[in-house]
Design a binder for this molecule. Structure first.
Ligand code: 5GP
Length: 208
């Protein structure tokens, strides 16, 4: 009996890690870093109707699709969840997620807060992670830095981001939080190490 190897893999339920954040907090970089560092983590690429940015590649950052195609996928149930942000639609393709779960792979996604909630409803082994900048001043500076929009637009994004952070922190205090961890992204290497620590801990967890 003592020499018999325990097959712990048979008990493992793949985890779905969903990162959300106010804009410009660096969650996409964190998702890519986790998938690069750990071959058992698969990054789920969403579909979107927004225009492709110059550095982006179809199938890498997003599947860039028309409104009609998005509608078709939505109607035929090919999207696990979807949302609209600033007139663009975003959605998570369902089949690839189901396939990876079946293969025993962990998954990482970069979604908005509504996406975290939907994912939690869909799959119980979902871990909600909220990435925040070290301060509101820093958030303001990052938004200004990365945006070519008017100052009114930046102000609008800033107030949306601070309202979202208040909502998330109230939710954390509630009985059924959808966010399980918060990562403060002050130093990128430390934030990546924090994310890898969360992933490691969740893989070892045996109860909810
Ligand atoms: P961006 O256009 O800057 O790439 O993304 C805008 C927002 O959409 C980000 O907060 C991103 O996490 C979110 N997002 C991207 N794909 C999805 C998706 O499939 N579902 C949901 N709910 N949000 C998404």
């Amino acid at each position: 009996m003592l020499s018999k190897k325990l097959n712990l893999k048979a008990y493992y339920k793949p985890k779905v890690f969903v990162l959300a954040s106010p804009s410009a907090a660096g969650k996409t970089t964190l998702c890519y870093a986790a998938a690069r560092k750990d071959k058992n983590i698969w990054y789920s690429v969403s579909a979107t109707t927004r225009a492709k940015r110059p550095h982006e590649k179809n199938g890498r950052e997003y599947y860039f699709v028309s409104d009609a195609k998005f509608d078709q996928w939505f109607k035929t149930g090919e999207l696990l969840e979807s949302t609209t942000i600033y007139d663009a639609r975003y959605g998570t393709p369902k089949q690839p997620i189901l396939k990876k779960i079946e293969q025993g792979k962990d998954i990482i996604l970069d979604l908005d807060i509504a996406g975290v909630k939907s994912m939690k409803r869909f799959y119980p082994h979902t871990v909600g992670i909220y990435v925040i900048p070290p301060s509101l001043n820093e958030l303001w500076a990052r938004l200004k830095n990365r945006s070519r929009s008017s100052s009114d637009k930046i102000k609008e994004r800033f107030s949306k981001a601070s309202a979202e952070m208040t909502l998330v922190f109230n939710n954390i205090k509630s009985k059924r939080p959808f966010i399980n961890y918060v990562i403060v992204n002050n130093d990128l290497n430390k934030a990546i190490a924090d994310l890898m620590a969360i992933i490691r801990a969740e893989r070892l967890r045996v109860s909810k």
